[in-house]
Design a protein around this ligand. Sequence first.
Ligand SMILES: CSCCC(=O)C(=O)COP(=O)(O)O
Ligand code: MG
Length: 227
Amino acid sequence: MIRAIVTDIEGTTSDIRFVHNILFPYARQHLADFLREHQHQPEVAAALQSVREEAGQPQADLAAVIAILSDFMDQDRKSTGLKALQGMIWRDGYLNGSFTGHLYPDVLPALRRWQAQGIELYVYSSGSVAAQKLLFGYSDEGDITDIFSGYFDTHVGAKREVTAYRAIAAEIGQPAEQLLFLSDIRQELDAAAEAGWQTIQLLRGEADSESRHRQVTDFSQINPESI
Ligand SMILES: CSCCC(=O)C(=O)COP(=O)(O)O
Ligand SMILES: [Mg+2]
């Protein structure tokens, strides 16, 4: 019996093209100006220091950190510091109406159905918790943040690491076999399965013939009561 469902965002609830073609370029375009203006704010300074440490350049000046962040963005590196900064920059974009958080049309009806069945809903993304709340708070369907009982980001660990799923299970307080993780990425599902979770892979685009996970093309095909 599934007690809680944890969902990925990019490629699962939301189109990967929204993240890569809209969110990421917006952050890249505004990064330098944002940092010059806000570098001394405590949460910005903490994220910058985290990036310096991650790059092994603890004394890097602002220009050097901007170059490091540019490299991280080129690599789509799931750096906790970069993700924190992207979330702060995206906030302006959501607030000034530059974009809304993309949701596939099958997502909200399924989330509502599962919630009505007494299943708790959570998010786990490499995007910061603040960025997750923005996407779901300013989504195509309005503010749906209340539907989720909690949000997890890379502070619990990287999405391909088994330990992250053990940490999330401990925080949710349910046995791993009663937790279901939804993601488009096989390696993330492999880590969740190794931690004892149930898994379903979303195939929003290309097939994945190497996957050993149950596969669906949208949320309407997921029936937690049959798992
Ligand atoms: C909060 S939306 C932006 C997601 C993001 O920054 C990212 O790198 C995608 O990560 P995910 O773990 O959702 O694939
Ligand atoms: Mg994904």
